[in-house]
Design a protein around this ligand. Structure first.
Ligand SMILES: [Zn+2]
Length: 203
C-alpha cells in the first residue's frame, strides 16, 4: 500500500487523448504516466478521486489556428493547436486510465473567451472542484496528470491558495520538456507545494 494522510483526495489532471502520445498536444511518455497514476489510485486510500478535463468550445480563445483564420486581433492566450474540443475523441479520457463510477469529473476551459489551466477554474469559470473538496472535508490533495508546467502547476498553486496541503506526485505528472518541467517543479516548491515521488508514499 501507499500511505497518504487521512482525508486526501486524488486529482487526476487532463488524462485525455489529445494530451497523450499522438494527440494534438501529446506528452511523449503518456503511457508510463498513466501506469503510474493507475498504480497510485489502486494502492493508496484516497477518500475521493476527481478527474479534470479540458473541455473547449470549437471557437475557444486558446486555439491559435482559429484566431488566425478569423483575422481578428490575436489574444495572448491563443498559443495552442486545436485540442480537447468538447465531446470530441480528443477530449475523451484515455482508455487505459482506470476510472470508477464514484469519480467526479470536473470540466474546465468551457468559457470561450478565457482559458483555464486550473482545475479550480478561473475568474470566468467555477468548476465546482473547491466546493466538492470542501463538502467532503478534504485536507490534502495529490495531483497527477498532464502537464506539469500548465494545468498541474496551476491546480497545485490554487490548491495552496485555498488552504489545502498540496502534493504534486512528480513521477505521475507528464512534462512538455525536461527543462521546463524542472523549472516548474522548483517554482512549485517555492510556492509551498510538496513535491513527492510515488516511492515516497511506500509504507
Ligand atoms: Zn486547453
Amino acid at each position: 500500500m501507499l500511505r497518504v494522510p487521512p482525508n486526501s483526495a486524488l486529482i487526476i489532471v487532463d488524462i485525455q487523448n489529445d494530451f497523450c502520445k499522438n494527440g494534438a498536444l501529446g506528452i511523449t511518455n503518456s503511457d508510463y504516466i498513466i501506469q503510474k497514476v493507475n498504480h497510485l489510485r489502486q494502492h493508496a486510500a484516497f477518500c475521493k478521486v476527481f478527474l479534470t478535463a479540458d473541455w473547449h468550445p470549437l471557437d475557444h480563445v486558446s486555439f491559435r489556428p482559429v484566431a488566425l483564420e478569423n483575422g481578428s486581433p490575436i489574444s495572448e492566450e491563443a498559443i495552442w493547436p486545436i485540442h480537447c474540443v468538447e465531446y470530441s475523441d480528443g477530449a475523451a479520457f484515455h482508455h487505459k486510465l482506470i476510472r470508477a463510477a464514484t469519480d467526479t469529473i470536473i470540466l474546465k476551459g468551457r468559457n470561450k473567451g478565457k482559458d483555464c489551466y486550473s482545475g479550480f477554474g478561473s475568474s470566468a469559470e467555477d468548476t465546482g472542484l473547491l466546493q466538492g473538496l470542501r463538502s467532503l472535508g478534504v485536507k490534502s490533495i495529490f495531483i497527477v496528470g498532464f502537464c506539469t508546467e500548465y494545468c498541474c502547476a496551476s491546480t497545485a498553486q490554487d490548491g495552496v491558495k485555498h488552504g489545502f496541503e498540496v502534493y504534486l506526485v512528480e513521477d505521475g505528472c507528464g512534462t512538455l520538456s525536461e527543462e521546463t518541467g524542472r523549472k516548474t517543479i522548483a517554482d512549485l516548491r517555492g510556492a509551498g507545494v510538496n513535491v513527492v515521488s510515488s516511492n515516497d508514499l511506500l509504507m
